[in-house]
Ligand binder design. Structure first.
Ligand code: BJW
Ligand code: ZN
Length: 255
């Protein structure tokens, strides 16, 4: 696209970015909701994009308790494959910019909460501190019988599916469709959304609830909302800023 001055303009206009940057600087409380898109530039496939299929299965078919009951081996193979990709991946400039924004805001005495739907831990690795994980953590496993949760960093898994020391099957410690979100994480996400003056929605299709509803919660509590996504999403309608483009390019421009 050719900008008004005849130079090449990529991504959102400079004045839109500048206006959001000013709002972020002025805010004493910021919350961000991230989704799979924030890790796309690290080489991790999103759920609903063209690259979201694994073998012939859609994520919607695999990320359910029913799929796991029917075929734990298949579901674990999918997680094993994703764990392998995630292990090789590095946080991208989008993850790093969010960690820097938090560092800057908290050093000024403000609040910054990162609410993520991602299970990949790339925000942790980029240095974010206050992270609320709504959909669990791919490096944790839980026994389906005794409930014991432990970390399992093995890639690829030596035993597929993995078993607990009690002998029962383990599952990934993540939230599947039809399952409740961890209640403490949900409380913290609601609190941060209600308190935020600026609410960032980054790299999510905003189709999965209740996470997608947080933007509405924030908006109703008085926050201004910014959406960062290369594609239009439903949330753009309630957004004060819509920044079309990849988060790895846009978020560093907000600093
Ligand atoms: C880029 C980019 C770049 C590309 N830069 N961007 C209300 C209405 C309708 C339905 C429901 C409702 N409330 C509940 C439901 C049911 C259901 C639901 O929402 N269904 C809808 C799909 C219709 N929700 C649930 O079941 C939830 N539980 C629940 O409601 O429980 C109720 C209950 C209460 C009490 C007791 C019991 C039950 C649970 C939802 C769990 C979702 N789990 C998954 C798997 C997690 C584990 C794992 O990772 O394996 O979470 S599914 C999957 O979707 C994953 C994601 O976190 C989630 C969201 O996806 P995300 O992140 O938005 O990814 P994509 O692929 O959709 O989008 C990527 C975006 O990035 C795109 O927009 C791209 O354009 C963009 N992008 N490149 C920036 N470079
Ligand atoms: Zn057990």
């Amino acid at each position: 696209m050719l900008g008004s001055m005849g130079r090449v303009q990529r991504g959102p206009a400079t004045d839109v970015v500048a206006s959001l940057r000013e709002a972020l600087d002025a805010a004493s409380s910021i919350a961000a909701l991230t989704g799979a898109g924030v890790s796309a530039e690290s080489g991790i496939p999103t759920f609903r994009g063209a690259d979201g299929l694994w073998r012939q299965y859609s994520a919607e078919k695999l990320a359910t308790p029913e799929a796991f009951e029917r075929d734990p081996q298949l579901v674990w193979e999918w997680y094993d494959w994703r764990r392998t990709l995630i292990r090789k991946a590095q946080p991208n400039p989008g993850h790093v910019a969010l960690a820097e924004l938090e560092e800057r805001k908290t050093s000024q005495g403000g609040a910054f909460t990162l609410v993520t739907q991602n299970v990949d831990s790339l925000h942790d690795r980029a240095g974010s501190r206050k992270i609320v994980k709504l959909h669990g953590d791919i490096w944790l496993v839980r026994c389906v019988t005794c409930g014991r949760v432990e970390r399992n960093d093995q890639v690829p898994l030596a035993s597929l599916p993995p078993h607990c020391r009690c002998g029962a099957l383990q599952r990934p410690e993540v939230v599947w469709f039809g399952e409740a979100l961890p209640s403490l994480a949900w409380e913290r996400a609601m609190e941060a959304s209600c308190r935020a003056q600026v609410f960032l929605v980054i790299g999510t299709s905003a189709r999965v609830y209740p996470a997608a509803g947080l933007a509405q919660v924030a908006r109703q509590a008085g926050a201004r909302v910014a959406v960062v996504n290369p594609e239009p999403t439903e949330l753009e309608g309630l957004a004060d800023w819509a920044l079309r483009g990849p988060s790895g390019e846009i978020l560093p421009r907000l600093l």
